[in-house]
Design a protein around this ligand. Structure first.
Ligand SMILES: NC(=O)C1=CN([C@@H]2O[C@H](COP(=O)(O)OP(=O)(O)OC[C@H]3O[C@@H](n4cnc5c(N)ncnc54)[C@H](OP(=O)(O)O)[C@@H]3O)[C@@H](O)[C@H]2O)C=CC1
Ligand SMILES: O=C(O)C1=N[C@H](C(=O)O)C[C@H](O)C1
Length: 267
């Protein structure tokens, strides 16, 4: 039985991950961590997330439960994830990371940790989105420089980073396929006298509203026709199932940086 710890346990993804792990016959939740000053520290995590009591109390410090798990699933915040990476490196524990919003220095720290432990890191754990990455790559290669490419994403009102990690990954896939440097060609939102767009630009537009789980469109617009590749998530369960699958896959792998494409065998 794979022993799983979850950080951000009472967050939107944490709750969904706990339900997913608890209903998986190959996995058992053995630790649940949330912020140290949470009023829920000490409470039974099953009850807190709306299931029956499961006998696992929420703790505020990952180091207290280090002996209890084989793999940590972390969907929190970049600063929290980086602290957890440090702890997991010392204890040689595998990780699955879904947190988005890392800046380039933070991303460098995450990548450095992969010399010590195996980490599956993906901006999106849905199988459908990972298929879309492939479709987007193919579309970019076929349509090449004859189209304008824009990426539109929509999420719930409480999302704290923009553009979404998935939108940025889609931008990287397009840029790589076309030999462009995303840092040079990305345009994040437009306002005022912007001038005409260049062909090379990869535009990003962000919507934050209501309870939208996550929607992404890559638009390839030519003169006379356009192609739109769209993914719409209607439940966080799709991300949680992918993360649980990644947790089963990563334990026992050599130290390294992996993503959902590795887990799905799409590389
Ligand atoms: N890769 C993927 O497939 C997906 C990625 N995500 C990403 O996952 C991340 C989390 O999203 P979501 O669940 O919606 O966010 P939430 O804010 O709902 O959850 C984050 C949780 O982490 C808790 N937390 C804060 N500080 C600590 C700490 N020091 N130790 C442990 N836990 C802490 C928060 O507590 P508090 O609220 O009190 O601060 C909260 O419970 C985001 O970066 C999001 O973009 C989301 C969905 C899918
Ligand atoms: O914060 C979210 O909710 C999500 N975040 C991820 C992202 O930033 O791409 C994945 C998913 O779209 C939901």
């Amino acid at each position: 039985m794979l022993r799983v710890a979850i950080t951000g346990a009472v967050g939107r993804m944490g709750k969904t991950l706990i339900e997913t792990v608890q209903t998986s016959p190959q996995m058992v939740l053995t630790a649940a961590v949330d912020r140290p000053d949470s009023s829920l520290i000490g409470a039974d995590v099953g009850e807190v997330v709306g299931l029956d009591k499961i006998g696992i109390q929420i703790v505020g410090d990952l180091t207290q439960v280090l002996d209890s798990f084989d793999v940590l699933i972390d969907f929190t915040h970049p600063t929290v994830t980086l602290k957890n990476i440090e702890i997991c490196c010392k204890a040689k524990k595998a990780m699955v990371i879904g947190t988005t919003g890392f800046n380039s220095a933070e991303r460098g720290q995450l990548e450095a940790a992969c010399n010590t432990i195996p980490i599956v890191f993906a901006a999106n754990f849905s199988v459908g989105v990972n298929l879309c990455f492939k479709l987007v790559e193919t579309a970019a290669r076929v349509l090449g420089n004859d189209v304008d490419i824009e990426i539109i994403e929509a999420h719930h009102r409480d999302k704290v980073d923009a553009p979404s990690g998935t939108a940025l990954r889609m931008g990287e896939v397009v840029a790589d396929a076309l030999g462009r440097d995303l840092a040079k060609v990305a345009v994040y939102g437009r306002e005022g006298q912007t001038g005409a767009r260049t062909r090379e630009a990869i535009g990003f537009a962000t919507i934050r509203a209501g309870d939208i789980v996550g929607e992404h469109t890559v638009l390839f617009a030519a003169d006379g026709e356009r192609i739109e590749i769209t993914h719409k998530a209607s439940s966080r369960m799709t991300f949680a199932k992918g993360a649980a699958r990644s947790a089963r896959w990563v334990v026992g792998k050599p130290a390294g940086l992996y993503d959902m494409q590795d887990v799905l065998g799409l590389k």
